[in-house]
Write a protein that binds this ligand. Structure first.
Ligand code: BG6
Ligand code: MG
Length: 217
């Protein structure tokens, strides 16, 4: 089946916000005398805000009631947004814009599938929001990655088959979600963190649309 759609995760794929999420979560964990390890941070990538808080509280042996959960999630989000507010167009990761332009020139649809409720704000700040045919974010579906719902939401909306789409993901939970939905998956990062992706790219620099399409021929 011919590829007709590219679906991009946002944080860590289009923009380096994965680092800002880590810094904000780690700041919270530090208040509970814990430093988030590299392995723990890999687990946090791609999953939603409340699930992340539950995991971190568990690692820190902190028990939170619902009001406290709301309060700490908001505190983390405010720290995160302080970084997001300073972002500009130049924060788009290298090679992303070229790939989007190439896709458009070849009549390939482009979409975002993110677990983040801040996805629209981030895309506005880097002046990329208008480029996409569709954006599914943390408000679009109930179940979060590794559930395939957010990717299936994109496929449904654009009326395409998962087998016609390539998903780009930096998170193990995101790779699992895309595979579960029957999508082709390119892992952004390294083989060690994303062993189940069909292909791995370190990033989009020096890679053309054709190179990517050829992976799946
Ligand atoms: C994902 C990130 O894209 O969105 C996670 O990989 C983040 O790190 C999640 O926790 C939820 O984001 P937000 O902006 O709604 O808190
Ligand atoms: Mg990501």
């Amino acid at each position: 089946m011919n590829i007709n759609t590219l679906i991009f995760d946002l944080d860590g794929v289009i923009v380096d916000t994965a680092r800002f999420h880590f810094l904000a979560w780690n700041k919270l964990a530090n208040t509970w005398n814990h430093t988030i390890t590299h392995e723990q941070n890999e687990e946090l990538k791609g999953i939603n805000r409340m699930r992340s808080l539950d995991l971190i509280a568990g690692w820190c042996n902190v028990k939170l009631n619902d009001d406290q959960k709301k309060e700490f999630a908001e505190l983390k989000n405010n720290w995160y947004l302080e970084q997001v507010k300073q972002m500009t167009e130049s924060d788009t990761l290298p090679g992303v814009k070229n790939l989007l332009t190439e896709a458009k020139n070849n009549n390939i649809k482009i979409a975002v599938a993110s677990a983040s409720k801040n996805a629209n704000e981030v895309l506005r700040n880097i002046n990329l929001i208008q480029e996409f045919d569709y954006i599914a974010d943390g408000n679009s579906v109930k179940e979060s990655k590794p559930n395939p719902a957010v990717f299936l939401n994109v496929a449904q909306h654009l009326k395409v088959n998962p087998a016609q789409c390539i998903v780009f993901e930096d998170a193990p939970a995101g790779v699992e979600a895309a595979l579960a939905g029957g999508f082709h998956v390119v892992g952004i990062g390294n083989q060690q963190s994303l062993p189940n992706a069909h292909f791995i790219l370190a990033g989009f620099e020096n890679i053309s649309l054709n190179d990517i399409l050829n992976f799946f021929k």
